[in-house]
Design a binder for this molecule. Structure first.
Ligand code: C2E
Ligand code: MG
Ligand code: MG
Ligand code: MG
Length: 288
Protein backbone atom coordinates (compact mmCIF):
# COMPACT_ATOMS: atom_id res chain seq x y z
CA UNK A 1 0.00 0.00 0.00
CA UNK A 2 2.75 2.41 0.96
CA UNK A 3 4.62 1.60 -2.22
CA UNK A 4 1.53 2.40 -4.27
CA UNK A 5 1.06 5.72 -2.53
CA UNK A 6 4.68 6.68 -3.11
CA UNK A 7 4.62 5.63 -6.72
CA UNK A 8 1.49 7.68 -7.40
CA UNK A 9 3.06 10.66 -5.71
CA UNK A 10 6.12 10.57 -7.89
CA UNK A 11 4.00 10.41 -11.02
CA UNK A 12 1.61 13.22 -10.18
CA UNK A 13 3.57 15.51 -7.95
CA UNK A 14 6.35 15.94 -10.46
CA UNK A 15 4.19 18.01 -12.80
CA UNK A 16 1.46 19.72 -10.80
CA UNK A 17 2.81 19.85 -7.31
CA UNK A 18 6.14 21.64 -7.67
CA UNK A 19 4.58 24.79 -6.34
CA UNK A 20 3.18 24.71 -2.83
CA UNK A 21 4.18 21.11 -2.22
CA UNK A 22 4.37 21.64 1.52
CA UNK A 23 0.99 23.30 1.51
CA UNK A 24 -0.54 20.50 -0.51
CA UNK A 25 0.93 17.85 1.77
CA UNK A 26 -0.56 19.72 4.71
CA UNK A 27 -3.92 19.83 2.94
CA UNK A 28 -3.70 16.10 2.32
CA UNK A 29 -2.91 15.48 5.98
CA UNK A 30 -5.93 17.57 6.92
CA UNK A 31 -8.10 15.68 4.46
CA UNK A 32 -7.16 12.39 6.11
CA UNK A 33 -8.81 13.51 9.33
CA UNK A 34 -11.63 15.52 7.76
CA UNK A 35 -14.06 12.61 7.52
CA UNK A 36 -13.90 11.84 11.25
CA UNK A 37 -14.02 15.47 12.30
CA UNK A 38 -17.25 16.00 10.35
CA UNK A 39 -15.74 18.70 8.13
CA UNK A 40 -16.90 16.89 5.00
CA UNK A 41 -20.49 17.43 4.01
CA UNK A 42 -22.65 16.92 0.95
CA UNK A 43 -24.83 19.38 -0.91
CA UNK A 44 -27.44 18.53 -3.50
CA UNK A 45 -28.03 20.30 -6.79
CA UNK A 46 -31.47 19.92 -8.40
CA UNK A 47 -31.85 18.29 -11.81
CA UNK A 48 -34.91 19.88 -13.30
CA UNK A 49 -37.42 18.74 -15.92
CA UNK A 50 -37.20 21.54 -18.47
CA UNK A 51 -40.90 21.29 -19.39
CA UNK A 52 -42.55 21.19 -15.95
CA UNK A 53 -39.61 22.88 -14.15
CA UNK A 54 -39.91 20.43 -11.30
CA UNK A 55 -37.06 18.57 -9.61
CA UNK A 56 -36.67 15.04 -10.96
CA UNK A 57 -33.26 14.30 -9.48
CA UNK A 58 -30.36 15.68 -7.49
CA UNK A 59 -26.61 15.47 -7.82
CA UNK A 60 -24.62 14.94 -4.62
CA UNK A 61 -21.60 17.26 -4.43
CA UNK A 62 -19.00 16.94 -1.70
CA UNK A 63 -18.15 19.97 0.44
CA UNK A 64 -15.18 20.51 2.73
CA UNK A 65 -15.34 23.16 5.39
CA UNK A 66 -11.72 23.43 6.49
CA UNK A 67 -11.29 24.70 10.07
CA UNK A 68 -8.86 27.48 9.10
CA UNK A 69 -9.04 27.81 5.31
CA UNK A 70 -12.83 27.83 5.07
CA UNK A 71 -14.48 26.05 2.15
CA UNK A 72 -12.07 24.13 -0.12
CA UNK A 73 -13.24 23.34 -3.66
CA UNK A 74 -13.61 19.68 -4.66
CA UNK A 75 -11.60 20.55 -7.77
CA UNK A 76 -8.69 21.17 -5.38
CA UNK A 77 -9.00 18.22 -3.01
CA UNK A 78 -10.53 15.44 -5.13
CA UNK A 79 -7.28 15.14 -7.18
CA UNK A 80 -5.32 14.97 -3.92
CA UNK A 81 -7.60 12.22 -2.66
CA UNK A 82 -7.30 10.35 -5.95
CA UNK A 83 -3.53 10.29 -5.74
CA UNK A 84 -3.30 9.23 -2.14
CA UNK A 85 -5.68 6.30 -1.70
CA UNK A 86 -8.20 8.44 0.19
CA UNK A 87 -10.68 8.60 -2.64
CA UNK A 88 -12.46 5.35 -1.78
CA UNK A 89 -13.23 6.58 1.73
CA UNK A 90 -14.51 9.91 0.38
CA UNK A 91 -16.68 8.25 -2.26
CA UNK A 92 -18.35 5.92 0.20
CA UNK A 93 -18.82 8.73 2.68
CA UNK A 94 -20.71 10.67 -0.01
CA UNK A 95 -22.62 7.64 -1.30
CA UNK A 96 -23.72 6.69 2.20
CA UNK A 97 -24.74 10.21 3.24
CA UNK A 98 -26.58 10.81 -0.03
CA UNK A 99 -28.47 7.49 0.07
CA UNK A 100 -29.54 8.30 3.64
CA UNK A 101 -31.00 11.61 2.42
CA UNK A 102 -32.61 9.95 -0.58
CA UNK A 103 -34.26 7.44 1.75
CA UNK A 104 -35.74 10.37 3.73
CA UNK A 105 -37.05 12.09 0.59
CA UNK A 106 -38.53 8.79 -0.58
CA UNK A 107 -40.18 8.26 2.81
CA UNK A 108 -41.80 11.68 2.31
CA UNK A 109 -43.21 10.41 -0.99
CA UNK A 110 -40.70 11.94 -3.42
CA UNK A 111 -39.44 9.57 -6.08
CA UNK A 112 -36.35 11.42 -7.32
CA UNK A 113 -33.14 10.07 -8.73
CA UNK A 114 -29.82 10.54 -6.99
CA UNK A 115 -26.61 11.11 -8.93
CA UNK A 116 -23.27 10.46 -7.22
CA UNK A 117 -19.87 11.24 -8.75
CA UNK A 118 -17.44 8.39 -9.03
CA UNK A 119 -13.76 8.94 -9.37
CA UNK A 120 -12.02 7.56 -12.45
CA UNK A 121 -10.14 4.99 -10.41
CA UNK A 122 -13.25 3.30 -9.03
CA UNK A 123 -14.30 2.11 -12.42
CA UNK A 124 -11.54 -0.42 -12.57
CA UNK A 125 -12.26 -1.69 -9.05
CA UNK A 126 -14.01 -5.05 -9.33
CA UNK A 127 -15.29 -4.71 -5.74
CA UNK A 128 -17.33 -1.61 -6.61
CA UNK A 129 -20.59 -3.34 -7.68
CA UNK A 130 -20.75 -5.29 -4.42
CA UNK A 131 -20.03 -2.18 -2.35
CA UNK A 132 -22.73 -0.25 -4.18
CA UNK A 133 -25.21 -3.10 -3.67
CA UNK A 134 -24.49 -3.13 0.06
CA UNK A 135 -25.00 0.62 0.30
CA UNK A 136 -28.33 0.40 -1.55
CA UNK A 137 -29.52 -2.41 0.72
CA UNK A 138 -28.42 -0.56 3.85
CA UNK A 139 -30.67 2.36 2.93
CA UNK A 140 -33.41 0.32 1.28
CA UNK A 141 -33.11 2.30 -1.95
CA UNK A 142 -33.88 0.57 -5.28
CA UNK A 143 -30.96 0.47 -7.72
CA UNK A 144 -32.78 2.37 -10.52
CA UNK A 145 -32.91 5.44 -8.24
CA UNK A 146 -29.12 5.70 -8.35
CA UNK A 147 -27.05 7.21 -11.14
CA UNK A 148 -23.27 7.02 -11.02
CA UNK A 149 -21.53 9.83 -12.89
CA UNK A 150 -18.17 9.06 -14.40
CA UNK A 151 -15.89 11.09 -16.62
CA UNK A 152 -14.37 10.02 -19.89
CA UNK A 153 -10.88 9.69 -18.45
CA UNK A 154 -12.22 7.06 -16.06
CA UNK A 155 -13.90 5.13 -18.79
CA UNK A 156 -10.86 5.00 -20.99
CA UNK A 157 -8.44 3.54 -18.46
CA UNK A 158 -8.13 -0.27 -18.32
CA UNK A 159 -10.97 -0.93 -20.81
CA UNK A 160 -11.62 -4.61 -20.10
CA UNK A 161 -12.08 -4.14 -16.36
CA UNK A 162 -14.02 -0.92 -16.73
CA UNK A 163 -16.42 -2.61 -19.13
CA UNK A 164 -16.93 -5.43 -16.63
CA UNK A 165 -17.54 -3.07 -13.71
CA UNK A 166 -19.97 -0.92 -15.70
CA UNK A 167 -21.78 -4.02 -16.97
CA UNK A 168 -22.33 -5.38 -13.46
CA UNK A 169 -23.49 -2.03 -12.13
CA UNK A 170 -26.00 -1.78 -14.96
CA UNK A 171 -27.09 -5.37 -14.38
CA UNK A 172 -28.00 -4.30 -10.83
CA UNK A 173 -30.17 -1.58 -12.33
CA UNK A 174 -27.87 1.34 -11.47
CA UNK A 175 -27.62 3.91 -14.27
CA UNK A 176 -24.30 5.21 -15.57
CA UNK A 177 -23.90 8.80 -16.73
CA UNK A 178 -20.98 10.25 -18.64
CA UNK A 179 -20.13 13.50 -16.85
CA UNK A 180 -18.60 16.59 -18.48
CA UNK A 181 -19.36 15.07 -21.87
CA UNK A 182 -17.38 16.56 -24.71
CA UNK A 183 -14.33 17.65 -22.73
CA UNK A 184 -12.45 14.36 -23.01
CA UNK A 185 -10.39 13.33 -25.96
CA UNK A 186 -12.30 10.30 -27.23
CA UNK A 187 -15.97 10.95 -26.61
CA UNK A 188 -17.24 9.26 -29.74
CA UNK A 189 -15.02 6.20 -29.53
CA UNK A 190 -16.24 5.19 -26.10
CA UNK A 191 -19.85 5.86 -27.04
CA UNK A 192 -19.26 3.26 -29.71
CA UNK A 193 -17.82 0.81 -27.21
CA UNK A 194 -19.69 1.34 -24.01
CA UNK A 195 -23.10 0.79 -22.60
CA UNK A 196 -24.12 3.91 -20.69
CA UNK A 197 -27.50 5.40 -19.87
CA UNK A 198 -26.99 9.13 -19.78
CA UNK A 199 -24.86 11.96 -21.17
CA UNK A 200 -24.25 15.14 -19.24
CA UNK A 201 -23.24 17.88 -21.66
CA UNK A 202 -20.40 19.85 -20.10
CA UNK A 203 -21.20 23.33 -18.96
CA UNK A 204 -18.39 24.81 -21.08
CA UNK A 205 -20.65 24.23 -24.11
CA UNK A 206 -23.93 25.10 -22.43
CA UNK A 207 -23.38 28.30 -20.45
CA UNK A 208 -22.77 30.55 -23.48
CA UNK A 209 -24.76 28.68 -26.12
CA UNK A 210 -27.05 31.69 -26.51
CA UNK A 211 -24.13 33.90 -27.54
CA UNK A 212 -21.59 31.55 -29.13
CA UNK A 213 -22.93 29.89 -32.25
CA UNK A 214 -20.29 27.11 -32.17
CA UNK A 215 -21.43 26.15 -28.69
CA UNK A 216 -25.05 26.16 -29.80
CA UNK A 217 -24.28 23.87 -32.74
CA UNK A 218 -22.24 21.48 -30.60
CA UNK A 219 -25.01 21.27 -28.00
CA UNK A 220 -27.68 20.77 -30.65
CA UNK A 221 -25.73 17.94 -32.29
CA UNK A 222 -24.94 16.30 -28.97
CA UNK A 223 -28.60 16.28 -27.95
CA UNK A 224 -29.52 14.75 -31.32
CA UNK A 225 -26.76 12.15 -30.99
CA UNK A 226 -27.78 11.21 -27.46
CA UNK A 227 -31.41 10.88 -28.44
CA UNK A 228 -30.60 8.77 -31.50
CA UNK A 229 -28.51 6.50 -29.30
CA UNK A 230 -31.40 6.23 -26.85
CA UNK A 231 -29.53 7.98 -24.04
CA UNK A 232 -30.98 10.36 -21.50
CA UNK A 233 -29.35 13.76 -21.85
CA UNK A 234 -28.79 16.36 -19.14
CA UNK A 235 -27.39 19.83 -19.80
CA UNK A 236 -25.11 21.21 -17.08
CA UNK A 237 -24.31 24.83 -16.35
CA UNK A 238 -27.64 26.48 -17.21
CA UNK A 239 -27.19 29.99 -15.88
CA UNK A 240 -29.93 31.84 -17.76
CA UNK A 241 -33.60 31.36 -18.58
CA UNK A 242 -32.90 31.76 -22.29
CA UNK A 243 -30.57 28.76 -22.19
CA UNK A 244 -33.18 26.59 -20.48
CA UNK A 245 -35.71 27.55 -23.15
CA UNK A 246 -33.42 26.79 -26.11
CA UNK A 247 -32.31 23.47 -24.60
CA UNK A 248 -35.91 22.40 -24.21
CA UNK A 249 -36.63 23.43 -27.80
CA UNK A 250 -33.68 21.29 -28.92
CA UNK A 251 -35.15 18.23 -27.20
CA UNK A 252 -33.11 18.19 -24.00
CA UNK A 253 -35.49 17.21 -21.23
CA UNK A 254 -33.43 17.71 -18.07
CA UNK A 255 -31.19 20.56 -16.98
CA UNK A 256 -28.93 21.50 -14.15
CA UNK A 257 -27.40 24.86 -13.32
CA UNK A 258 -27.41 27.88 -11.06
CA UNK A 259 -30.49 29.29 -12.82
CA UNK A 260 -32.50 26.16 -11.97
CA UNK A 261 -31.06 25.60 -8.50
CA UNK A 262 -27.73 25.90 -6.74
CA UNK A 263 -26.25 23.09 -4.68
CA UNK A 264 -28.03 23.26 -1.33
CA UNK A 265 -28.83 21.44 1.91
CA UNK A 266 -30.94 18.28 2.06
CA UNK A 267 -33.58 20.18 4.05
CA UNK A 268 -33.87 22.82 1.32
CA UNK A 269 -34.27 20.05 -1.27
CA UNK A 270 -37.07 18.47 0.75
CA UNK A 271 -38.81 21.84 1.09
CA UNK A 272 -38.64 22.39 -2.66
CA UNK A 273 -39.96 18.88 -3.38
CA UNK A 274 -42.82 19.45 -0.92
CA UNK A 275 -43.62 22.85 -2.44
CA UNK A 276 -43.65 21.46 -5.98
CA UNK A 277 -45.99 18.67 -4.95
CA UNK A 278 -48.40 21.23 -3.44
CA UNK A 279 -48.50 23.06 -6.76
CA UNK A 280 -49.05 19.83 -8.68
CA UNK A 281 -52.05 18.85 -6.56
CA UNK A 282 -55.51 20.19 -7.44
CA UNK A 283 -56.25 21.05 -3.80
CA UNK A 284 -54.16 20.87 -0.61
CA UNK A 285 -56.28 17.91 0.48
CA UNK A 286 -56.07 16.08 -2.85
CA UNK A 287 -54.83 12.51 -3.23
CA UNK A 288 -51.26 11.76 -2.15
P1 C2E B 1 -19.32 17.92 -11.71
O1 C2E B 1 -19.64 16.53 -11.29
O2 C2E B 1 -19.35 18.21 -13.16
O3 C2E B 1 -20.33 18.83 -10.90
C1 C2E B 1 -20.87 20.02 -11.36
C2 C2E B 1 -20.09 21.21 -10.84
O4 C2E B 1 -20.55 22.39 -11.50
C3 C2E B 1 -20.30 21.48 -9.35
O5 C2E B 1 -19.11 22.08 -8.85
C4 C2E B 1 -21.43 22.50 -9.37
O6 C2E B 1 -21.50 23.29 -8.20
C5 C2E B 1 -21.04 23.32 -10.57
N1 C2E B 1 -22.18 23.99 -11.19
C6 C2E B 1 -23.46 23.58 -11.25
N2 C2E B 1 -24.23 24.43 -11.95
C7 C2E B 1 -23.40 25.42 -12.38
C8 C2E B 1 -23.62 26.61 -13.17
O7 C2E B 1 -24.71 26.92 -13.61
N3 C2E B 1 -22.50 27.36 -13.40
C9 C2E B 1 -21.27 27.05 -12.91
N4 C2E B 1 -20.25 27.87 -13.17
N5 C2E B 1 -21.04 25.94 -12.17
C10 C2E B 1 -22.10 25.12 -11.91
P2 C2E B 1 -18.39 21.53 -7.53
O8 C2E B 1 -19.40 21.13 -6.52
O9 C2E B 1 -17.36 22.54 -7.16
O10 C2E B 1 -17.68 20.19 -8.01
C11 C2E B 1 -16.65 20.22 -8.94
C12 C2E B 1 -16.30 18.83 -9.40
O11 C2E B 1 -15.74 18.08 -8.32
C13 C2E B 1 -17.50 18.01 -9.86
O12 C2E B 1 -17.84 18.34 -11.19
C14 C2E B 1 -16.96 16.61 -9.72
O13 C2E B 1 -16.17 16.27 -10.83
C15 C2E B 1 -16.08 16.74 -8.49
N6 C2E B 1 -16.83 16.23 -7.32
C16 C2E B 1 -17.75 16.87 -6.55
N7 C2E B 1 -18.21 16.05 -5.58
C17 C2E B 1 -17.60 14.85 -5.76
C18 C2E B 1 -17.66 13.57 -5.11
O14 C2E B 1 -18.42 13.34 -4.15
N8 C2E B 1 -16.84 12.58 -5.59
C19 C2E B 1 -16.02 12.79 -6.66
N9 C2E B 1 -15.26 11.76 -7.09
N10 C2E B 1 -15.95 13.96 -7.31
C20 C2E B 1 -16.72 14.98 -6.88
MG1 MG C 1 -21.06 15.25 -11.77
MG1 MG D 1 -20.07 17.77 -14.84
MG1 MG E 1 -16.69 18.38 -13.45
Amino acid sequence: YQAKVDRDRIVTYSSEFDVNTVERLQLLADLRTAIETGELGVQYQPQVDLASRTVVGVEALIRWQHPTRGPVSPDDFIPLAENSGLIAALTFHVLDAALAELARWRAAGHDVRLAVNLSARHLSDLALPRQVTEALLRHDVPAPSLVLEVTETGILSDPARVDAVIASLRALGVAIAVDDYGTGHASLSYLKRLEVDELKIDRSFVSDMGRVSHDYIIVRSTIALARDLGLRVIAEGIEEEETAVSLHALGCCIGQGFHLGRPTSPVAILERLDAERQVALPTPTGPR
